[in-house]
Unconditional design. Structure first.
Length: 375
């Protein structure tokens, strides 16, 4: 990661913008000299203590297997205590999978969840739809932070996928709002963007031969679409999108309430179920209860079920697209009686419209309340 970049202010002066990344991988260090010179760096390791460092040698442990990373004894002891206290919860098995559930391309190692359908994106979106009982479920690719490897799945794996503790909710939105949301998510394709949408109950095609005409304000918030839509052939539970109809949509507060990734629903939709549970709990409940603890074959394709199809400007189509997607007319303007929430295809069970579970939020103390009760 580049720790900083320099941009020009309105009056032509150099301004340094700096960042440290995520997950406490680095400490950001900015140095300002008496002369006003500014420099930045990322500190990703701690040098060994010596006489000149000002660090008492007897307070530090040897490197813990990671090159150059000495460990403060007091901090390390506290971390071990916390990890031990919650290990029973974090290590609790919630399911098993015969398939890798991906966020990165296994061939290149590059991140794909922000510009391509994946089986993990499908599973997460399904969790929103079926656990919360909505017409459709969505998850933004930027919110999927880790993969789940084949084998046993523990609760800590669910937290790795969704580490931020976003709270889940259900809102009433129009078909037009869903279309605009997907268009915003597709605006950078084939480049990646955190707002790229993984869906459940929604199928759509991105035509990348059409330049994006999404308009954003100076803060990156969606204003409208000033041209032809790239998103085509939208289906809601198998029926053409009705832009005037109201649908129930399940997602999380960062995306639907807090304006995350640029599309703001706040004040434009009705929240009918709020703060139901954390997103990591949601996928835990879906895997353990709805799927019976076994990831089914529908998630075996690393690149998903084909809910998102691509019309490529260069090749005409990519591997996700089929002939019907290439020749189908744009159905976004259709006004038909859309479908309602359906049964879960993975279990055949009819699901309720809301699940009233105590949220673990992001706090592990709350985890003990939920998992310690044997639910």
């Amino acid at each position: 990661m580049t720790p900083a970049l320099t941009v020009k202010s309105k009056d032509g002066k150099d301004v340094i913008i700096t960042q440290t990344g995520t997950k406490l991988a680095n400490i950001g260090k900015m140095t300002i000299t008496p002369e006003g010179k500014i420099s930045t760096e990322l500190v990703g390791s701690v040098p060994a203590p010596d006489e000149g460092s000002g660090i008492a040698e007897d307070t530090w442990l040897e490197p813990d297997g990671r090159e150059g990373r000495f460990v403060d004894e007091t901090v390390n002891r506290t971390m071990i205590q916390i990890q031990s206290e919650y290990s029973d919860i974090l290590d609790q098995k919630i399911g098993t999978s015969a398939y890798d559930l991906i966020s990165n391309d296994p061939e290149t190692g590059e991140r794909v969840a922000r510009n391509h359908e994946t089986n993990l994106g499908d599973l997460c979106a399904d969790a929103y739809k079926y656990v919360l009982g909505a017409d459709v479920g969505i998850v933004n690719g930027g919110g999927i932070r880790a993969a789940i490897n084949a084998g046993d799945i523990a609760y800590k794996d669910a937290i790795s996928v969704f580490p931020f503790g976003n709270m889940t909710l259900v809102a009433e939105v129009t078909g037009q709002q869903i279309l605009d949301m997907l268009e915003t998510g597709a605006m950078n394709y084939p480049g990646e963007h955190g707002s790229f949408i993984h869906t459940s109950g929604i199928e759509y095609t991105i035509d990348d031969s059409i330049p994006s005409s999404v308009k954003l304000d100076e803060t990156g918030v969606f204003l409208g679409v000033d041209g032809e839509y790239r998103v085509k052939n939208m289906l809601i539970n198998g029926e053409p999108l009705d832009k005037k109809k109201t649908y129930t949509l399940a997602s999380h507060d960062y995306f639907l309430k807090n304006g995350g990734d640029g599309y703001i629903f706040t004040g434009k939709c009705k929240i009918i179920h709020d703060n139901v549970m954390s997103d990591s709990d949601l996928i835990s409940v879906y895997i353990r209860d709805d799927l019976g603890g076994v990831i089914p074959e529908k998630y075996s394709n690393l690149y998903g079920e084909g809910r998102i199809k691509i019309l490529s400007a260069e090749a005409g189509t990519d591997g996700d697209s089929d002939a019907s997607a290439q020749t189908a007319e744009d159905e976004n303007a259709s006004d038909v009686s859309g479908s309602t929430a359906s049964d879960n295809p993975a279990t055949g069970a009819e699901l309720p419209t809301a699940v009233l579970l105590v949220s673990l939020a992001a706090a592990l103390v709350s985890c003990r309340k939920y998992y310690g009760a044997g639910k």
